[in-house]
Design a binder for this molecule. Structure first.
Ligand SMILES: Cc1cc2nc3c(=O)[nH]c(=O)nc-3n(C[C@H](O)[C@H](O)[C@H](O)COP(=O)(O)OP(=O)(O)OC[C@H]3O[C@@H](n4cnc5c(N)ncnc54)[C@H](O)[C@@H]3O)c2cc1C
Length: 306
């Protein structure tokens, strides 16, 4: 049966703005959802600079970026959590109806009385290899279950922790792993794979092209960045760990600067508010501290309308 529950509030985006809004909404016991496109909460902070310090939070002393998001998640956990967080759910478009707003995601539709757009710089999508055939289905960007890769030949690309952790887990689950990195030094902790002699390491190599047979990955050609020598490896899967980049969507609303044009009430349309980096107005500062004031203004209007 079609679930056409009209949620009092749906927040789009789980960066600091969306998370702070979910905390506020849950403190006020407003029911609803936060829809985050990726499987990571924290937006730019988690995706782009978790190891940097944030200095100008105004209400909080200097704090490591990753710790700041942990602190917000703890704060959310201490509320009623009446705004439930749903990850891996990317909103593609909105339809305005007389009494509600319809949000279309990749998987389903949600319905809301009020919407807060907190989509920041955009939804984070995995960086591709940018070589011929890089859209074949056996090219993967995350692994939830390693078991199906047992006895499969998997080329893992990247030198950060996600590549090293992935290579280790694949080997432990019986995959035949080649780890390819463009530099001599790994960015992630090399201890993760120390002692795992089963992993064939290729450094410093970059991908040149993916070989396909019957529309499936059959191998990958790599180039040594120092000697330019090329080598081709047969494989069944390619696990790419090149990080994430934001893909902006202003949902067909008018733009202002880098954001969505809002009025003095932070509204882009009736019942649709925009906060954080996604909001475009004169003197907008793309930092975390102004988000608190924006949230107070939005919730004052939402609660006044009940
Ligand atoms: C390198 C760097 C350093 C910075 N340092 C500081 C600092 O020291 N102090 C400071 O105050 N600010 C700093 N900033 C700015 C700060 O990170 C941003 O102002 C802040 O992250 C904005 O939060 P946001 O929630 O609006 O957007 P974002 O952090 O961009 O989060 C948006 C979230 O929405 C999700 N999303 C997007 N589109 C959709 C969709 N369609 N459906 C579902 N989910 C979606 C994204 O996946 C993401 O999780 C820095 C920024 C950068 C890049």
């Amino acid at each position: 049966m079609l679930d056409k529950t009209i949620h009092p509030l749906v927040i789009v985006g789980g960066g600091p703005a969306g998370l702070l809004a979910a905390i506020k909404g849950s403190q006020l016991n407003i029911n609803g959802l936060l829809l985050e496109g990726s499987d990571v909460i924290g937006g730019q902070i988690s995706q782009l600079y978790p190891s940097k310090e944030i200095e100008d939070l105004h209400d909080t002393p200097t704090i490591l970026a990753a710790k700041y998001i942990e602190k917000l998640i703890e704060e959310y956990q201490s509320t009623s959590k009446s705004i439930a967080i749903i990850k891996k759910t990317r909103v593609r478009e909105f339809f305005r109806h007389e009494d509600y707003i319809e949000l279309v995601t990749d998987k389903s539709r949600y319905y809301a009385r009020d919407v807060i757009i907190a989509s920041g710089l955009g939804a984070y999508v995995p960086r591709k290899m940018r070589v011929p055939n890089d859209d074949l289905p056996e090219i993967i960007y995350s692994i939830e279950n390693y078991i199906p890769y047992a006895n499969k030949r998997v080329v893992v690309l990247g030198g950060g922790d996600s590549a090293l952790d992935g290579a280790k887990m694949l080997v432990k689950n019986g995959a035949l792993v080649t780890l390819v990195h463009r530099r001599e030094e790994f960015r992630g902790n090399p201890e993760t794979i120390s002692g795992l002699t089963e992993i064939d390491i290729k450094k410093p190599y970059v991908p040149v092209s993916v070989l396909e047979m019957n529309n499936k990955v059959s191998g990958i050609t790599l180039k040594n960045v120092e000697t330019e020598d090329q080598v081709t490896i047969s494989c069944d899967y390619i696990f790419v760990n090149f990080g994430f980049q934001p893909e902006r969507n202003t949902f067909a609303f008018e733009k202002f600067g880098a954001g969505i044009k809002v009025d003095e009430n932070l509204l882009v349309a009736p019942h649709i508010y925009v906060i954080g980096d996604a909001a475009g107005y004169i003197d907008k500062v793309r930092r975390i501290y102004p988000i608190h004031t924006e949230i107070d203004r939005v919730f004052a209007q939402i609660t006044a309308s009940y």
